[in-house]
Design a protein around this ligand. Structure first.
Ligand code: FRU
Length: 505
Protein backbone atom coordinates (compact mmCIF):
# COMPACT_ATOMS: atom_id res chain seq x y z
CA UNK A 1 0.00 0.00 0.00
CA UNK A 2 1.49 3.28 -1.15
CA UNK A 3 0.51 6.18 1.09
CA UNK A 4 1.03 9.84 0.38
CA UNK A 5 -0.02 11.88 3.36
CA UNK A 6 -1.69 15.05 2.17
CA UNK A 7 -0.29 18.15 3.72
CA UNK A 8 -3.14 20.15 5.18
CA UNK A 9 -1.14 23.31 5.64
CA UNK A 10 -1.16 26.04 3.06
CA UNK A 11 2.18 26.66 1.44
CA UNK A 12 2.58 30.21 0.19
CA UNK A 13 2.08 29.07 -3.37
CA UNK A 14 -0.87 26.97 -2.35
CA UNK A 15 -2.95 29.43 -0.33
CA UNK A 16 -6.24 27.80 -1.28
CA UNK A 17 -5.44 24.27 -0.09
CA UNK A 18 -8.21 23.51 2.40
CA UNK A 19 -7.46 22.48 5.98
CA UNK A 20 -10.68 20.55 6.68
CA UNK A 21 -11.65 19.31 3.24
CA UNK A 22 -10.07 16.72 1.01
CA UNK A 23 -8.21 17.83 -2.09
CA UNK A 24 -5.81 15.61 -4.02
CA UNK A 25 -2.14 16.38 -3.51
CA UNK A 26 -1.35 17.53 -7.03
CA UNK A 27 -4.03 16.28 -9.43
CA UNK A 28 -7.58 16.86 -10.62
CA UNK A 29 -10.63 15.35 -8.95
CA UNK A 30 -14.39 15.42 -9.51
CA UNK A 31 -17.20 13.19 -8.18
CA UNK A 32 -16.81 11.25 -4.94
CA UNK A 33 -17.08 7.52 -5.75
CA UNK A 34 -17.33 4.30 -3.78
CA UNK A 35 -17.79 5.95 -0.38
CA UNK A 36 -17.70 3.23 2.25
CA UNK A 37 -16.81 2.83 5.92
CA UNK A 38 -14.80 -0.36 6.24
CA UNK A 39 -12.48 -1.76 8.92
CA UNK A 40 -12.58 1.48 10.91
CA UNK A 41 -11.78 3.78 7.99
CA UNK A 42 -13.81 6.07 5.80
CA UNK A 43 -12.77 5.36 2.22
CA UNK A 44 -13.21 8.13 -0.30
CA UNK A 45 -12.59 7.18 -3.92
CA UNK A 46 -13.06 9.83 -6.53
CA UNK A 47 -12.97 10.70 -10.21
CA UNK A 48 -9.32 11.51 -10.71
CA UNK A 49 -6.96 12.44 -13.49
CA UNK A 50 -3.74 10.89 -12.16
CA UNK A 51 -1.75 12.73 -14.83
CA UNK A 52 -2.99 16.29 -14.60
CA UNK A 53 -5.15 18.92 -13.00
CA UNK A 54 -7.92 19.17 -15.56
CA UNK A 55 -10.57 16.52 -16.35
CA UNK A 56 -9.25 13.51 -18.30
CA UNK A 57 -7.80 9.97 -17.94
CA UNK A 58 -10.68 9.17 -15.62
CA UNK A 59 -9.61 6.76 -12.91
CA UNK A 60 -10.56 6.25 -9.28
CA UNK A 61 -8.27 8.07 -6.86
CA UNK A 62 -8.36 7.01 -3.22
CA UNK A 63 -8.07 8.57 0.23
CA UNK A 64 -8.95 7.43 3.76
CA UNK A 65 -9.85 9.13 7.01
CA UNK A 66 -10.77 8.24 10.57
CA UNK A 67 -12.52 11.53 11.35
CA UNK A 68 -13.83 12.80 7.97
CA UNK A 69 -11.70 15.93 8.41
CA UNK A 70 -8.12 14.80 7.78
CA UNK A 71 -7.38 12.53 4.84
CA UNK A 72 -4.52 10.35 3.67
CA UNK A 73 -4.08 9.98 -0.08
CA UNK A 74 -3.29 6.53 -1.46
CA UNK A 75 -2.26 5.16 -4.84
CA UNK A 76 -4.83 5.25 -7.65
CA UNK A 77 -7.32 2.46 -6.97
CA UNK A 78 -8.78 1.70 -10.40
CA UNK A 79 -6.98 3.11 -13.41
CA UNK A 80 -8.27 3.80 -16.91
CA UNK A 81 -6.71 1.79 -19.73
CA UNK A 82 -6.78 1.74 -23.51
CA UNK A 83 -10.35 0.37 -23.54
CA UNK A 84 -12.19 2.34 -20.88
CA UNK A 85 -12.34 5.35 -18.64
CA UNK A 86 -13.49 4.53 -15.13
CA UNK A 87 -16.49 6.77 -14.50
CA UNK A 88 -18.45 7.18 -11.28
CA UNK A 89 -19.87 4.37 -9.19
CA UNK A 90 -20.10 2.86 -5.74
CA UNK A 91 -18.66 0.14 -3.50
CA UNK A 92 -20.42 -2.47 -1.39
CA UNK A 93 -19.04 -4.90 1.14
CA UNK A 94 -20.25 -8.24 -0.19
CA UNK A 95 -20.22 -9.88 3.26
CA UNK A 96 -21.69 -13.19 2.13
CA UNK A 97 -19.62 -13.36 -1.04
CA UNK A 98 -22.69 -13.38 -3.28
CA UNK A 99 -20.38 -12.38 -6.15
CA UNK A 100 -18.01 -15.30 -5.56
CA UNK A 101 -14.97 -13.01 -5.77
CA UNK A 102 -13.57 -14.04 -2.39
CA UNK A 103 -12.71 -17.36 -0.89
CA UNK A 104 -11.99 -15.72 2.49
CA UNK A 105 -14.44 -15.39 5.37
CA UNK A 106 -14.95 -11.63 5.23
CA UNK A 107 -16.23 -11.26 1.66
CA UNK A 108 -14.83 -8.88 -0.94
CA UNK A 109 -15.36 -5.19 -1.45
CA UNK A 110 -17.01 -4.86 -4.84
CA UNK A 111 -16.83 -1.66 -6.87
CA UNK A 112 -19.61 -1.12 -9.39
CA UNK A 113 -18.46 1.53 -11.84
CA UNK A 114 -19.27 2.88 -15.26
CA UNK A 115 -17.04 1.74 -18.09
CA UNK A 116 -16.95 4.64 -20.53
CA UNK A 117 -15.71 2.67 -23.53
CA UNK A 118 -13.13 4.38 -25.70
CA UNK A 119 -12.93 4.64 -29.48
CA UNK A 120 -11.48 1.45 -30.91
CA UNK A 121 -12.61 -0.72 -27.98
CA UNK A 122 -15.11 -3.56 -28.36
CA UNK A 123 -17.98 -1.50 -26.91
CA UNK A 124 -16.90 1.82 -28.39
CA UNK A 125 -19.27 4.67 -27.57
CA UNK A 126 -21.19 2.78 -24.91
CA UNK A 127 -21.42 3.43 -21.18
CA UNK A 128 -22.13 0.23 -19.24
CA UNK A 129 -21.70 -1.01 -15.68
CA UNK A 130 -18.69 -3.06 -14.63
CA UNK A 131 -17.22 -4.63 -11.50
CA UNK A 132 -13.86 -4.67 -9.76
CA UNK A 133 -13.12 -6.30 -6.42
CA UNK A 134 -10.65 -5.84 -3.60
CA UNK A 135 -9.50 -8.51 -1.18
CA UNK A 136 -7.18 -6.25 0.82
CA UNK A 137 -9.64 -3.81 2.32
CA UNK A 138 -9.87 -1.43 -0.63
CA UNK A 139 -6.27 -0.68 -1.62
CA UNK A 140 -5.80 -2.87 -4.69
CA UNK A 141 -8.50 -3.77 -7.17
CA UNK A 142 -8.96 -6.43 -9.83
CA UNK A 143 -11.35 -5.91 -12.72
CA UNK A 144 -13.91 -8.68 -13.23
CA UNK A 145 -13.23 -10.75 -16.36
CA UNK A 146 -16.90 -10.70 -17.39
CA UNK A 147 -17.22 -6.92 -17.65
CA UNK A 148 -19.43 -5.15 -18.46
CA UNK A 149 -22.11 -6.83 -16.36
CA UNK A 150 -24.94 -4.49 -17.37
CA UNK A 151 -25.01 -3.08 -20.88
CA UNK A 152 -28.08 -1.37 -22.35
CA UNK A 153 -26.22 -0.29 -25.47
CA UNK A 154 -26.64 3.29 -24.26
CA UNK A 155 -24.10 6.09 -24.56
CA UNK A 156 -25.46 7.83 -21.45
CA UNK A 157 -26.04 5.05 -18.89
CA UNK A 158 -23.90 5.72 -15.84
CA UNK A 159 -23.15 6.32 -12.17
CA UNK A 160 -24.41 3.12 -10.47
CA UNK A 161 -25.09 3.36 -6.74
CA UNK A 162 -25.67 -0.06 -5.21
CA UNK A 163 -27.42 -0.69 -1.90
CA UNK A 164 -28.61 -3.74 -0.06
CA UNK A 165 -32.38 -3.90 0.08
CA UNK A 166 -33.84 -5.91 2.98
CA UNK A 167 -37.57 -5.42 3.18
CA UNK A 168 -41.04 -6.73 2.47
CA UNK A 169 -40.07 -7.75 -1.07
CA UNK A 170 -37.00 -9.78 -0.06
CA UNK A 171 -33.28 -9.31 0.29
CA UNK A 172 -31.17 -8.39 -2.74
CA UNK A 173 -28.85 -5.81 -4.24
CA UNK A 174 -30.48 -2.76 -5.81
CA UNK A 175 -28.72 -0.51 -8.29
CA UNK A 176 -29.83 3.02 -9.09
CA UNK A 177 -28.17 4.55 -12.15
CA UNK A 178 -29.15 7.12 -14.75
CA UNK A 179 -30.05 7.38 -18.38
CA UNK A 180 -28.60 10.84 -18.18
CA UNK A 181 -30.13 12.53 -21.23
CA UNK A 182 -33.56 10.93 -20.67
CA UNK A 183 -33.72 12.45 -17.14
CA UNK A 184 -34.37 8.99 -15.81
CA UNK A 185 -33.20 6.99 -12.84
CA UNK A 186 -33.23 3.27 -13.65
CA UNK A 187 -33.52 0.70 -10.86
CA UNK A 188 -32.19 -2.85 -11.15
CA UNK A 189 -31.94 -5.83 -8.79
CA UNK A 190 -29.40 -8.62 -8.48
CA UNK A 191 -28.56 -11.56 -6.24
CA UNK A 192 -24.88 -11.75 -7.19
CA UNK A 193 -23.91 -8.26 -8.46
CA UNK A 194 -23.28 -9.82 -11.88
CA UNK A 195 -26.75 -10.50 -13.26
CA UNK A 196 -29.13 -7.56 -13.18
CA UNK A 197 -32.89 -7.40 -13.77
CA UNK A 198 -34.77 -4.17 -14.45
CA UNK A 199 -37.14 -3.18 -11.63
CA UNK A 200 -38.51 0.21 -12.67
CA UNK A 201 -37.67 3.72 -13.83
CA UNK A 202 -38.22 7.11 -12.25
CA UNK A 203 -38.48 10.44 -14.07
CA UNK A 204 -38.43 12.81 -15.78
CA UNK A 205 -39.64 14.92 -12.88
CA UNK A 206 -38.85 18.27 -11.30
CA UNK A 207 -35.59 19.83 -12.51
CA UNK A 208 -34.55 18.65 -15.97
CA UNK A 209 -32.54 21.60 -17.23
CA UNK A 210 -29.46 19.39 -17.67
CA UNK A 211 -28.41 15.75 -17.70
CA UNK A 212 -29.27 13.62 -14.68
CA UNK A 213 -26.18 12.14 -13.01
CA UNK A 214 -25.01 10.37 -9.84
CA UNK A 215 -28.25 9.18 -8.19
CA UNK A 216 -28.57 7.70 -4.70
CA UNK A 217 -31.39 5.98 -2.83
CA UNK A 218 -31.55 5.38 0.91
CA UNK A 219 -34.03 4.93 3.76
CA UNK A 220 -34.12 7.24 6.76
CA UNK A 221 -36.22 7.25 9.92
CA UNK A 222 -38.40 10.33 10.33
CA UNK A 223 -37.52 12.09 13.60
CA UNK A 224 -35.35 9.08 14.50
CA UNK A 225 -38.35 6.72 14.62
CA UNK A 226 -37.33 3.36 13.06
CA UNK A 227 -41.02 2.50 12.65
CA UNK A 228 -41.50 5.49 10.38
CA UNK A 229 -39.13 5.07 7.44
CA UNK A 230 -39.12 7.22 4.33
CA UNK A 231 -36.86 6.82 1.30
CA UNK A 232 -34.84 9.60 -0.24
CA UNK A 233 -33.89 9.58 -3.92
CA UNK A 234 -31.20 12.09 -4.82
CA UNK A 235 -30.34 13.06 -8.40
CA UNK A 236 -27.65 15.45 -9.44
CA UNK A 237 -28.19 17.48 -12.56
CA UNK A 238 -25.92 19.51 -14.77
CA UNK A 239 -26.57 22.22 -15.78
CA UNK A 240 -29.98 23.44 -14.58
CA UNK A 241 -29.36 24.05 -10.86
CA UNK A 242 -31.24 26.80 -9.00
CA UNK A 243 -28.33 29.23 -9.33
CA UNK A 244 -26.96 27.96 -12.67
CA UNK A 245 -24.82 24.99 -13.51
CA UNK A 246 -24.41 21.87 -11.42
CA UNK A 247 -26.62 21.02 -8.42
CA UNK A 248 -28.32 18.15 -6.62
CA UNK A 249 -32.06 17.67 -6.16
CA UNK A 250 -33.89 15.14 -4.02
CA UNK A 251 -37.27 13.48 -3.66
CA UNK A 252 -38.75 12.08 -0.44
CA UNK A 253 -41.07 9.10 -0.86
CA UNK A 254 -41.43 5.35 -0.54
CA UNK A 255 -39.63 2.38 -2.08
CA UNK A 256 -41.29 -1.04 -2.00
CA UNK A 257 -38.32 -2.97 -3.36
CA UNK A 258 -39.39 -2.30 -6.95
CA UNK A 259 -40.57 1.26 -7.46
CA UNK A 260 -39.78 4.62 -5.90
CA UNK A 261 -42.94 6.69 -5.42
CA UNK A 262 -42.31 10.31 -4.43
CA UNK A 263 -44.66 12.00 -1.96
CA UNK A 264 -44.98 14.87 -4.38
CA UNK A 265 -43.40 15.80 -7.68
CA UNK A 266 -43.98 18.22 -10.43
CA UNK A 267 -44.54 16.15 -13.56
CA UNK A 268 -46.27 18.76 -15.71
CA UNK A 269 -44.63 22.02 -16.66
CA UNK A 270 -41.56 20.93 -14.75
CA UNK A 271 -39.27 22.08 -17.53
CA UNK A 272 -40.12 25.70 -16.75
CA UNK A 273 -36.92 27.29 -15.38
CA UNK A 274 -39.05 29.64 -13.26
CA UNK A 275 -40.17 26.65 -11.20
CA UNK A 276 -36.71 25.71 -9.92
CA UNK A 277 -37.44 27.38 -6.58
CA UNK A 278 -40.28 24.89 -5.97
CA UNK A 279 -38.01 21.86 -6.05
CA UNK A 280 -35.98 20.32 -3.25
CA UNK A 281 -32.26 20.99 -3.43
CA UNK A 282 -29.53 19.34 -1.43
CA UNK A 283 -27.70 22.66 -1.61
CA UNK A 284 -28.56 25.99 -3.20
CA UNK A 285 -24.96 27.12 -3.79
CA UNK A 286 -22.94 26.83 -6.96
CA UNK A 287 -20.42 24.29 -5.71
CA UNK A 288 -22.09 21.16 -4.38
CA UNK A 289 -22.33 18.47 -7.04
CA UNK A 290 -22.35 14.70 -7.50
CA UNK A 291 -23.34 14.30 -3.84
CA UNK A 292 -23.50 10.67 -2.80
CA UNK A 293 -23.68 8.78 0.49
CA UNK A 294 -21.45 6.28 2.30
CA UNK A 295 -22.23 2.60 2.47
CA UNK A 296 -22.03 1.01 5.93
CA UNK A 297 -21.48 4.23 7.90
CA UNK A 298 -21.37 3.50 11.63
CA UNK A 299 -24.55 3.76 13.73
CA UNK A 300 -26.72 3.79 10.62
CA UNK A 301 -25.72 7.36 9.95
CA UNK A 302 -26.36 8.61 6.42
CA UNK A 303 -23.26 10.58 5.50
CA UNK A 304 -22.79 12.40 2.22
CA UNK A 305 -19.92 14.09 0.45
CA UNK A 306 -20.14 16.18 -2.72
CA UNK A 307 -17.64 17.54 -5.18
CA UNK A 308 -17.16 21.21 -4.33
CA UNK A 309 -17.11 22.64 -7.82
CA UNK A 310 -19.37 23.40 -10.78
CA UNK A 311 -18.95 22.14 -14.32
CA UNK A 312 -19.50 25.70 -15.63
CA UNK A 313 -15.98 26.68 -14.57
CA UNK A 314 -14.54 23.56 -12.93
CA UNK A 315 -11.43 23.27 -15.07
CA UNK A 316 -10.54 26.94 -14.57
CA UNK A 317 -10.54 27.50 -10.81
CA UNK A 318 -7.22 29.07 -9.82
CA UNK A 319 -5.75 26.37 -7.60
CA UNK A 320 -2.43 24.69 -8.16
CA UNK A 321 -1.05 22.06 -8.36
CA UNK A 322 -4.35 20.39 -7.42
CA UNK A 323 -7.83 21.25 -8.63
CA UNK A 324 -11.20 20.88 -6.81
CA UNK A 325 -11.87 20.08 -3.17
CA UNK A 326 -14.57 17.81 -1.79
CA UNK A 327 -17.27 19.25 0.48
CA UNK A 328 -17.36 18.58 4.20
CA UNK A 329 -19.08 15.30 5.00
CA UNK A 330 -22.69 15.88 6.02
CA UNK A 331 -25.09 13.82 8.08
CA UNK A 332 -28.52 13.68 6.47
CA UNK A 333 -31.68 13.22 8.51
CA UNK A 334 -35.42 13.63 8.11
CA UNK A 335 -37.19 15.82 10.61
CA UNK A 336 -40.74 17.05 10.92
CA UNK A 337 -40.76 20.83 10.93
CA UNK A 338 -44.02 22.80 10.78
CA UNK A 339 -45.85 19.58 9.97
CA UNK A 340 -43.69 18.70 6.95
CA UNK A 341 -41.01 16.03 6.61
CA UNK A 342 -37.83 17.90 5.75
CA UNK A 343 -34.33 16.89 4.85
CA UNK A 344 -31.84 18.34 7.31
CA UNK A 345 -28.05 18.36 6.96
CA UNK A 346 -25.36 18.81 9.59
CA UNK A 347 -21.56 18.78 9.30
CA UNK A 348 -20.57 15.25 10.23
CA UNK A 349 -16.84 15.18 10.93
CA UNK A 350 -15.39 14.34 14.31
CA UNK A 351 -14.70 17.82 15.61
CA UNK A 352 -13.46 16.76 19.05
CA UNK A 353 -9.81 17.26 18.14
CA UNK A 354 -10.67 20.79 17.09
CA UNK A 355 -12.60 21.72 20.25
CA UNK A 356 -11.20 24.31 22.67
CA UNK A 357 -9.90 26.48 19.90
CA UNK A 358 -9.68 30.22 20.05
CA UNK A 359 -13.18 31.53 20.19
CA UNK A 360 -14.48 35.03 19.64
CA UNK A 361 -17.91 35.87 21.07
CA UNK A 362 -20.33 38.71 20.63
CA UNK A 363 -23.58 39.00 22.57
CA UNK A 364 -26.70 41.05 21.73
CA UNK A 365 -25.46 43.81 19.42
CA UNK A 366 -27.34 46.16 17.14
CA UNK A 367 -25.82 46.77 13.74
CA UNK A 368 -26.81 50.14 12.39
CA UNK A 369 -26.77 50.88 8.70
CA UNK A 370 -23.15 50.18 7.70
CA UNK A 371 -20.28 47.74 8.16
CA UNK A 372 -18.66 46.87 11.49
CA UNK A 373 -15.33 45.01 11.35
CA UNK A 374 -15.00 42.50 14.20
CA UNK A 375 -11.48 43.01 15.47
CA UNK A 376 -9.81 39.75 16.59
CA UNK A 377 -12.36 37.60 14.74
CA UNK A 378 -10.29 37.41 11.56
CA UNK A 379 -9.17 34.13 10.07
CA UNK A 380 -9.12 31.84 7.07
CA UNK A 381 -10.33 28.56 8.59
CA UNK A 382 -13.28 29.18 10.86
CA UNK A 383 -16.62 28.02 12.10
CA UNK A 384 -19.05 30.89 12.58
CA UNK A 385 -22.31 30.45 14.50
CA UNK A 386 -24.53 33.48 14.28
CA UNK A 387 -28.15 34.35 15.06
CA UNK A 388 -29.84 37.46 13.72
CA UNK A 389 -33.12 39.14 14.54
CA UNK A 390 -34.23 41.34 11.67
CA UNK A 391 -35.09 44.95 12.40
CA UNK A 392 -35.66 47.78 9.98
CA UNK A 393 -32.73 46.72 7.73
CA UNK A 394 -33.47 45.63 4.18
CA UNK A 395 -30.48 43.38 4.28
CA UNK A 396 -28.01 42.20 6.91
CA UNK A 397 -25.32 39.60 7.33
CA UNK A 398 -21.59 38.96 7.38
CA UNK A 399 -18.67 39.86 5.16
CA UNK A 400 -16.12 37.02 5.20
CA UNK A 401 -12.52 36.92 4.05
CA UNK A 402 -12.65 40.69 3.72
CA UNK A 403 -10.04 43.37 3.35
CA UNK A 404 -12.03 46.09 5.09
CA UNK A 405 -13.74 47.14 1.86
CA UNK A 406 -14.70 44.04 -0.08
CA UNK A 407 -15.20 40.35 0.68
CA UNK A 408 -17.76 37.57 0.38
CA UNK A 409 -21.18 38.58 1.64
CA UNK A 410 -23.42 36.04 3.31
CA UNK A 411 -26.63 37.97 3.76
CA UNK A 412 -30.34 37.78 4.44
CA UNK A 413 -33.13 39.85 2.95
CA UNK A 414 -35.93 39.06 5.34
CA UNK A 415 -38.68 40.87 3.44
CA UNK A 416 -37.89 38.72 0.40
CA UNK A 417 -37.32 35.58 2.47
CA UNK A 418 -33.90 34.95 0.95
CA UNK A 419 -30.44 33.95 2.02
CA UNK A 420 -27.66 34.79 -0.41
CA UNK A 421 -23.96 34.44 -0.99
CA UNK A 422 -22.50 37.30 -3.00
CA UNK A 423 -19.04 36.44 -4.26
CA UNK A 424 -18.76 39.17 -6.88
CA UNK A 425 -16.04 40.82 -4.81
CA UNK A 426 -14.72 37.71 -3.11
CA UNK A 427 -11.18 37.90 -4.56
CA UNK A 428 -10.08 36.29 -7.83
CA UNK A 429 -13.21 35.97 -9.94
CA UNK A 430 -12.07 36.72 -13.47
CA UNK A 431 -10.92 33.22 -14.43
CA UNK A 432 -14.42 32.49 -15.79
CA UNK A 433 -17.38 34.70 -16.75
CA UNK A 434 -19.90 32.71 -14.79
CA UNK A 435 -17.95 32.63 -11.52
CA UNK A 436 -18.70 36.09 -10.05
CA UNK A 437 -22.26 35.61 -8.83
CA UNK A 438 -24.88 36.43 -6.28
CA UNK A 439 -26.71 33.25 -5.45
CA UNK A 440 -29.91 32.95 -3.46
CA UNK A 441 -31.92 30.40 -1.52
CA UNK A 442 -35.37 30.72 0.06
CA UNK A 443 -35.12 31.15 3.83
CA UNK A 444 -37.75 31.88 6.44
CA UNK A 445 -37.16 33.02 10.02
CA UNK A 446 -37.92 30.48 12.74
CA UNK A 447 -39.47 32.09 15.83
CA UNK A 448 -38.28 35.43 14.50
CA UNK A 449 -34.66 34.34 14.25
CA UNK A 450 -32.20 33.47 11.46
CA UNK A 451 -29.54 31.02 12.58
CA UNK A 452 -26.51 30.30 10.43
CA UNK A 453 -23.53 28.00 10.93
CA UNK A 454 -20.81 28.79 8.41
CA UNK A 455 -17.57 26.96 7.66
CA UNK A 456 -14.86 28.99 5.98
CA UNK A 457 -11.89 26.97 4.76
CA UNK A 458 -9.44 28.98 2.68
CA UNK A 459 -11.24 28.58 -0.67
CA UNK A 460 -14.77 27.75 0.41
CA UNK A 461 -17.82 28.85 2.34
CA UNK A 462 -20.47 26.36 3.46
CA UNK A 463 -23.59 27.79 5.04
CA UNK A 464 -25.94 25.63 7.11
CA UNK A 465 -29.01 27.80 7.71
CA UNK A 466 -31.86 27.16 10.17
CA UNK A 467 -29.97 24.21 11.66
CA UNK A 468 -29.35 22.50 8.34
CA UNK A 469 -32.71 23.01 6.64
CA UNK A 470 -31.15 25.10 3.86
CA UNK A 471 -27.51 24.93 2.80
CA UNK A 472 -25.33 26.92 0.41
CA UNK A 473 -21.84 25.92 -0.67
CA UNK A 474 -19.59 28.23 -2.65
CA UNK A 475 -15.95 28.40 -3.66
CA UNK A 476 -14.08 31.69 -3.18
CA UNK A 477 -10.52 32.71 -4.01
CA UNK A 478 -9.61 35.65 -1.76
CA UNK A 479 -6.20 37.23 -1.34
CA UNK A 480 -4.15 35.65 1.42
CA UNK A 481 -4.31 38.94 3.29
CA UNK A 482 -8.12 39.15 3.17
CA UNK A 483 -8.87 37.74 6.59
CA UNK A 484 -11.33 40.16 8.20
CA UNK A 485 -14.80 39.31 9.38
CA UNK A 486 -17.46 42.01 9.51
CA UNK A 487 -21.17 42.33 10.19
CA UNK A 488 -23.32 44.70 8.20
CA UNK A 489 -26.81 46.05 7.72
CA UNK A 490 -28.21 48.21 4.93
CA UNK A 491 -31.24 50.48 4.92
CA UNK A 492 -31.79 50.24 8.68
CA UNK A 493 -30.74 48.20 11.69
CA UNK A 494 -30.63 44.50 12.57
CA UNK A 495 -29.63 42.68 15.75
CA UNK A 496 -27.09 39.97 16.29
CA UNK A 497 -28.48 37.93 19.15
CA UNK A 498 -25.32 35.85 19.38
CA UNK A 499 -22.15 35.28 17.41
CA UNK A 500 -19.34 32.82 17.99
CA UNK A 501 -16.28 32.41 15.78
CA UNK A 502 -14.06 29.37 16.34
CA UNK A 503 -10.65 29.24 14.68
CA UNK A 504 -10.12 25.80 13.16
CA UNK A 505 -6.82 25.90 11.33
C1 FRU B 1 -20.59 13.85 -13.05
C2 FRU B 1 -20.00 12.98 -14.14
C3 FRU B 1 -20.57 11.58 -14.09
C4 FRU B 1 -19.51 10.76 -14.72
C5 FRU B 1 -18.25 11.46 -14.27
C6 FRU B 1 -17.14 11.48 -15.27
O1 FRU B 1 -19.79 14.93 -12.68
O2 FRU B 1 -20.22 13.56 -15.40
O3 FRU B 1 -21.84 11.45 -14.68
O4 FRU B 1 -19.56 9.43 -14.30
O5 FRU B 1 -18.61 12.79 -13.97
O6 FRU B 1 -15.99 12.03 -14.71
Amino acid sequence: MDTLTTSNTAATADIYRPALHYAARNTWLNDPNGLIFHNGLYHLYYQNNPLGNVWGNMSWGHATSTDLLTWTEHAVAIACDENEDIFSGSIVHDRHNTSGFSAGSDGPLVAVYTSAFKPGSLHEGVQAQSLAYSLDGGYTWTKHGGNPVLNRGSAEFRDPKVLRYDGGAGSYWVMVAVEATDFQVVLYKSDDLKNWELLSTFGPANATGGVWECPDLFPLPVDGDPENLKWVLTVNLNPGGPNRGSAGQYFIGDFDGTTFIPDSTVTEGFQDPDRLGEYQWLDWGRDYYAAVSFSDAPDNRRLMIAWMNNWEYANHIPTTPWRSPMSLAREISLQTRDGNVCLVQQPAGDWTALADRDTYRLAETTINDGVQVLKSAEGTVQRIDVSFTPGSAEEFGLILRGDGVTGTRVGIRSSEGTLFVDRRKSGQTDFHDSFPSIDTAPLQAASGSYDLTIFVDRCSVEVFAQYGRVTMTELIFPAETSTSLSVYATGGAATITSLQVTQLS
